[in-house]
Design a protein around this ligand. Structure first.
Ligand code: HEM
Length: 363
């Protein structure tokens, strides 16, 4: 290895710069509020972690942008997504440090910050966009705040990033490419539908068998629930119904992608599907942790502000609580559980497919 100049800890980490970035506004105004330093530092630490999350996400998007995704790359992607989840756990936990500041201590400097707000965290927006929350995927109530509080330069940066494919879009394309469900003389989805019909017919039989113990209203309700379940299944199996739900904003992944994701979940124990299963699980973990952070942050905002509006002009706690509900990126993956079957009821796969799904070594 080539020799190099001795490295000095503080220089390597650029600490002079890093530790000279905390300037409380209250100090400038001649009456320093003790807790403002904590407020600044906590936000800065978040931004540093957002930087690391973006570093991981960008590399994942690059690995997923080719025509195919190599198996080795997929394990790298899963490892990086899992790293993001570890960081997110810290991000949730860190709110507890912020909450050691009391609402009255916050009032000592809060008004000096208006109209700055978390709405202006460009890196947070970048993470959202890279994951798949672009302007068009957002609810109308969110759109105004999404880019509306950014300066022109930051807005232009986000609009530019919106032009490239997000992880949600790339995941969809990858799922659509997954083979295995259709080969000559075998269509997995016909077999799946038969199993579902059997299951639902059996449920209907049970309802009729229990007729004696049910009054007519209870009976009608059970049949109605069963028909709703039939409708849910047909909304997946029928292309038109699935596309209608996409138009209504109730599903986001294409039908082929959704069905292939379901296939991965159903047959996740097959060796070739194990890593894809871990990938989908990691996406759900990230979505869940983001949502957890949003709820936790909304609660903190209530604790600090009560029902007051935010410095960015939203309704504060109320808005943030709604945003947690409205900004789920991989909701479709969570909803796949609706369509699962017990392993014992899974359609048998033809040998030709089984061989493709396993690892077979020849002497
Ligand atoms: C005293 C502590 C905090 C309070 C009271 C608070 C309050 C709020 C409020 C009310 C909003 C809604 C926008 C507005 O009207 O201003 C908001 C948005 C936001 N805050 Fe905080 N916040 C706090 C700390 C933090 C911290 C430590 C972070 C970490 C980066 C953060 C990140 C964000 C982000 C990213 C948004 C935009 C969320 C979205 O658009 O869905 N906040 N915050």
């Amino acid at each position: 290895m080539k020799t190099h100049e001795p490295v000095y800890y503080g220089e390597y980490l650029n600490l002079n710069k890093l530790l000279d970035c905390q300037h409380p506004k209250s100090k400038d105004h001649g009456n320093e509020a003790h807790d403002e330093t904590l407020f600044i530092l906590v936000h800065q630490v978040y931004e540093l972690w957002f930087k690391q999350i973006l570093h991981e996400l960008k590399s994942i998007v690059t690995l997923f942008s080719g025509k195919t995704v190599d198996e080795k790359d997929l394990s790298k992607v899963v490892a990086r997504l899992e790293r993001i989840t570890k960081i997110q756990a810290l991000l949730v936990d860190q709110l507890g440090v912020m909450e050691t500041m009391t609402p009255m201590d916050f009032l000592e400097f809060r008004d000096l910050l208006v109209p700055a707000s978390g709405f202006q965290s460009v890196q947070f927006r970048e993470v959202e966009v890279l994951m798949g929350l672009k302007t068009n995927n957002r609810k109308a109530v969110d759109r105004e705040y999404f880019l509306g509080r950014l300066n022109d330069e930051d807005k232009a940066r986000i609009i530019e990033i919106e032009k490239s494919p997000s992880l949600l879009e790339l995941t969809q394309a990858w799922l659509e490419r997954i083979p295995f469900t259709k080969i000559e003389g075998f269509n997995f989805w016909d077999e799946y539908e038969k199993e579902i019909d059997k299951m639902l017919d059996y449920d209907e039989k049970i309802i009729h068998q229990n007729q004696a113990s049910l009054d007519s209203r209870a009976m009608a309700m059970q049949i109605e629930n069963l028909n709703a379940t039939r409708e849910t299944f047909s909304s997946l199996l029928n292309e038109q119904k699935h596309n209608d739900l996409i138009k209504l904003g109730r599903r986001s992944l294409s039908r082929t992608a959704t069905m292939n994701a379901l296939f991965i979940l159903l047959y996740r124990e097959e060796p070739i599907l194990h890593l894809p299963y871990k990938f989908l699980t990691a996406l759900m973990d990230i979505d869940e942790l983001f949502t957890t952070w949003r709820y936790r942050h909304a609660l903190m905002a209530q604790r600090m502000l009560g029902t007051k509006i935010g410095t960015g002009g939203s309704s504060g706690h109320h808005y943030l609580k709604m945003a947690a509900e409205n900004n789920r990126v991989y909701n479709d993956l969570f909803n796949l559980s609706t369509f699962l079957l017990p392993s014992s009821k899974l359609p048998k796969l033809p040998n030709e497919v089984k061989i493709k799904l396993g690892y077979h070594f020849n002497e």
